[in-house]
Design a protein around this ligand. Structure first.
Ligand code: HEC
Length: 119
């Protein structure tokens, strides 16, 4: 009989914990501005993730772009140039300058989010 009380207690604790986890919400440490949000939509619409990874997730045809905007060897001007004109295996999407600005803003946001907790 005591066994059943134990199982009921475990079940109640599981339900309470699940309810708390699913209703607590998530908090972003870095605010995403309008340009970055637009850049994210372009990123998703254009399927950049098929070939590139962010935080290690995505396709492996192109390089990981998580920290590209502050990378010493690459940086945002380099990223801009490739996104504007394409590469050997990187498609040229014929983006406008402002679309590329927004994509860079998004990549910059990803970069800040990736390094926000590193001191
Ligand atoms: C078909 C696969 C493919 C897609 C889709 C793709 N890329 Fe690429 N990208 C590549 C490859 C491969 C490279 C490496 C350079 C090359 O070989 O052309 C690259 C290079 C880059 C680079 C330079 C990175 C570096 O370290 O040299 C940036 C920035 C970039 N892509 C951004 C984007 C963005 C933004 C999108 C979506 C709008 C995108 N790519 C979509 C394949 C792709």
């Amino acid at each position: 009989m005591r066994k059943i009380y134990f199982i009921v207690c475990l079940l109640a604790a599981y339900i309470a914990y699940s309810a708390w986890v699913y209703t607590a919400g998530t908090v972003s440490v870095v605010e995403m501005d309008h340009a970055a949000q637009n850049g994210k939509h372009i990123w998703q619409r254009s399927n950049c993730q098929n070939c590139h990874q962010l935080f290690g997730l995505g396709g492996y045809m192109g390089p990981d772009l998580t920290g590209i905007t502050t990378d010493k060897r690459r940086g945002s001007s380099y990223a801009r140039a490739i996104i504007l004109s394409g590469g050997n295996n990187m498609p040229n999407y014929h983006f406008t300058e402002s679309e590329v600005d927004d994509i860079i803003a998004y990549l910059d946001h990803v970069n800040k989010a990736a390094t926000a907790n590193i001191r």
